[in-house]
Structures are given as structure tokens and as C-alpha cells.
Design a protein around this ligand. Sequence first.
Ligand code: SAH
Length: 221
Amino acid sequence: MTEQPEEEGEDLAERKMRFLFALRSKGVTEARVLSAMEAVDRGPFVRGLFAERAYEDMPLPIACGQTISQPSIVGLMTQALAVGPRDTVLEIGTGSGYQAAVLSQIARRVYTIDRHRRLVREASALFDRLGLPNIVAIAGDGTRGLPDQAPFDRIIVTAAAEDPPGPLLSQLKIGGIMVLPVGQSDTVQSLIRVTRTETGLNYEELRPVRFVPLVEGMASD
Ligand code: SAH
């Protein structure tokens, strides 16, 4: 045995500890969310030049001009979604697949949609490789939701729309919760939580955030 791999191993463990510490200090405090984020290594979801920074609490560029969200935002959104083990979750905006992978540790099943076929292909391959069989990744326009599998217990949108898309609101179960950023891209966006009750919809504003825009229609790649 050489010393090198051991040193690298220690370094990685240390970086992962700091990663979890940063999450806690930013308000990700629920045990099941922290365990999910401890179980899912963010490393494989970040490629190329930025792989080095996978354990830093920052958004990073991924393929197709998109971004993998900041880990603390992934944690806070997962917490706000109040996901339980019997829930079926719909995610709009697969991106790297990281948010879906975190959700897959807590939910019964996760459907995730992206308008970039390449991102869906790469995320699916990663879910297979990491052994996450309860995630189904689909190429499609998420603004329409997924009528075939609706209604959903939980819906999470990881791209910003001006308003919550109507089809998504109508695919939420009674008692269901949707968490999404709203507002114009590159200006101030708010993370909001929408709860469907027997009689209508409740809206809560959670915090300011910044996401890439939700774009209607499929991308060319
Ligand atoms: N949740 C991701 C980050 C997503 S970035 C992660 O954990 O890495 C936002 C993603 O939303 C991008 O990949 C973008 O392609 C996707 N997106 C934007 N508009 C969309 C739409 N109408 N339907 C589906 N996906 C969309």
C-alpha cells in the first residue's frame, strides 16, 4: 500500500464533513434530509473542470448551459417539500440529477423531467450506476407536468417561472405540496411553497433564490 490513496481518502472524508457542516449552518437541520445528503455523493454529478468543487456549497455549471443547484438550496427545498416515504414526487428540471437522487432516498418514487435530452440521458446512466432504481427520468416539457402519472404528493420545480404553471397545480393531490422558484430570471426570484387544500391553494414565500429559467418546449439537444 502506498501512502497516496490514504491521504486522498482522508482529504475526501474531510471535505465531505465540511460539506455537511455547511449544510447545517445554512439551516438544513432535518435528520432525514441530512442523511439523504450524506448518502448521495455530489461528486459524480459534477463533471470536468468543476469536479474539484463538488463539495463546496455553491451552484456549478453542468452541460447544456445549465447549473447544478447549491447544495444548501437542495437541502432547504427538500426540507420545505416535507417528503415522506410513501410519497411520489415529480421534479421539473433534472439537470445533473442530484436533487432527484437526494429525493430518491426519502420518497417512494421520483419522476424527473428535463427539456434537454442529453441531461436526461446522462442522469439516467448515473442513476443506474449508483443503484437508484426508484427514479424515472423523462425527456419532456415539464411545464406540462406528467399527466400519465398524476396526481402527485409532491412537486418540485428547479427552474424559475414567472408564475406556477397551471398544469402542475392541477397535478397536485389534495394535501399535496409544491416548492418552486418564481420571478423573472436574473432579477429577484422567490422560493415559494404551494399547498393544495380541500378548498384551494395556499401560498407561502420562503426566501430569495436564483435559478435558471423554466423554458417552454423541448431543447434541440
Ligand atoms: N435539479 C437540478 C438543477 C436544475 S437546473 C440538479 O439537481 O442538478 C434547471 C433545469 O431545468 C435545467 O436542466 C433545464 O434544462 C431544466 N428546464 C428548464 N425548463 C424546463 C422545462 N420546461 N421542462 C423541463 N426542464 C426544464
